[in-house]
Ligand binder design. Structure first.
Ligand code: GN1
Ligand code: MG
Length: 352
């Protein structure tokens, strides 16, 4: 408590105030606490700087967003870190870094419960991209370098596979599959050169939204650590990857793992409502392969981590990253098998 008090005292509006502190949520990266005073609530985060090695870049990006964008024009909250005495968003205490946010009331979901939630979730991220379109993305710094570069993730798998002498049959099958995706890397590279750099969230999972308690409206877009310059396809693609699949990314229910075209449709309708005014034709086209690109990226990352001995992702059992990579492989295949159906939906919505 004394520690927390010393941190909170670095914020003028909390100086000397009585408070209660409880650990909060299920986040795996940062330590999270809820702070309650007599009249307000806050979230205090202990920042994990071994995962995010460039906290100053994150702080820079978020400050830029707050300065150049008018957050009050968004139909939901975008909780940016509050500023301490020295005007900084990162507070240092005994060698550790902390951030403080206003608390947003509401609920988080790990999975959607109905298709309208897919629509509103996706629309929120689309509206966010449109809102941020006038902030120069090139002024943003890379909080995690090359984060969604499919070409780089592909090369990393090539290297990891080369360093490993022997692969078992399952690993060899997966490697063949991922190597067969070179064509997808080429399509990605074409879009990378033809699409403008935008401000993207880059981690658009459903649980990075806070819904109002009624669960039919987005109250806030959170987790802005990976916010930086990116392609629209990254944000839309990660929504497809995490919301349009019949199974979670940890599932081993291989036979029931497929894309849900009806959910793809809701996601695209929602995202398109947000971005249709700003998106170029090339960007609109990129949305059709966005899900494949992001699924492939995550498959490559999981598989590379498996070959390297699980150094990045936490695993509950040794083969978990292999299984995650297999899950993403099956989901990617499903999207590619159903591309014609998805394309029809895409044509109807975008009019292209
Ligand atoms: C990581 O930590 P979390 O769950 O928010 C990863 C994302 C992946 C996700 C897969 C910084 O996100 O890119 O999509 O795992 N974030 C980072 O579950 O690597
Ligand atoms: Mg996150």
């Amino acid at each position: 408590m004394e520690q927390i008090s010393a941190i909170l005292n670095q914020y003028s509006f909390l100086e000397g105030k009585a408070f209660q502190c409880n650990s909060f949520g299920s986040g795996l990266i940062h330590g999270t606490f809820q702070i309650e005073t007599s009249d307000s609530k806050f979230i205090l985060q202990e920042f994990n700087n071994s995962v995010f090695k460039h906290p100053e870049r994150i702080a820079h990006n978020q400050l830029l967003l707050g300065e150049k964008g008018d957050v009050s024009k968004l139909p939901f909250a975008l909780p940016l870190p509050l500023l301490n005495h020295s005007g900084g968003s990162l507070t240092v205490h005994e060698g550790k870094l902390y951030r403080l946010f206003d608390f947003v009331e509401g609920e988080t979901l790990q999975e959607i419960q109905n298709s309208n939630q897919a629509f509103i979730a996706s629309k929120a991220y689309g509206v966010f991209a449109d809102w941020a379109k006038d902030i120069p993305a090139s002024d943003m710094q890379e909080s995690i370098p090359k984060f969604h570069r499919l070409d780089w993730r592909f090369e990393n798998l090539e290297k990891a596979a080369m360093d490993k002498n022997q692969l078992n049959q399952e690993e060899a099958e997966l490697l063949d599959f991922y190597f067969s995706q070179k064509f997808l890397v080429h399509s990605y590279e074409e879009f990378l050169s033809s699409c403008p750099l935008r401000i993207t969230h880059n981690d658009t999972k459903i649980n990075n939204l806070i819904f109002e308690t009624s669960l039919d409206k987005v109250a806030a877009v959170i987790d802005l650590d990976t916010l930086m310059g990116g392609l629209l396809m990254y944000d839309f693609g990660d929504l497809i990857r995490t919301v349009a699949c019949t199974e979670l990314e940890t599932s081993q229910n291989w036979n029931n793992l497929a894309v849900r075209p009806a959910i793809f449709e809701e996601l695209l309708k929602g995202y398109w409502e947000g971005v249709s005014q700003m998106a170029s034709t090339e960007e609109a086209k990129s949305l059709l392969i966005a899900g494949e690109v992001m699924t492939c990226i995550m498959g490559l990352r999981f598989f590379t981590d498996h070959l390297q001995g699980n150094i990045y992702y936490k695993v509950q059992y040794p083969e978990q990253n292999l299984h995650r990579a297999k899950n993403q492989m099956i989901f990617l295949k499903s999207q590619q098998e159903q591309r014609a159906i998805l394309k029809k939906i895409w044509q109807n919505i975008t009019g292209l």
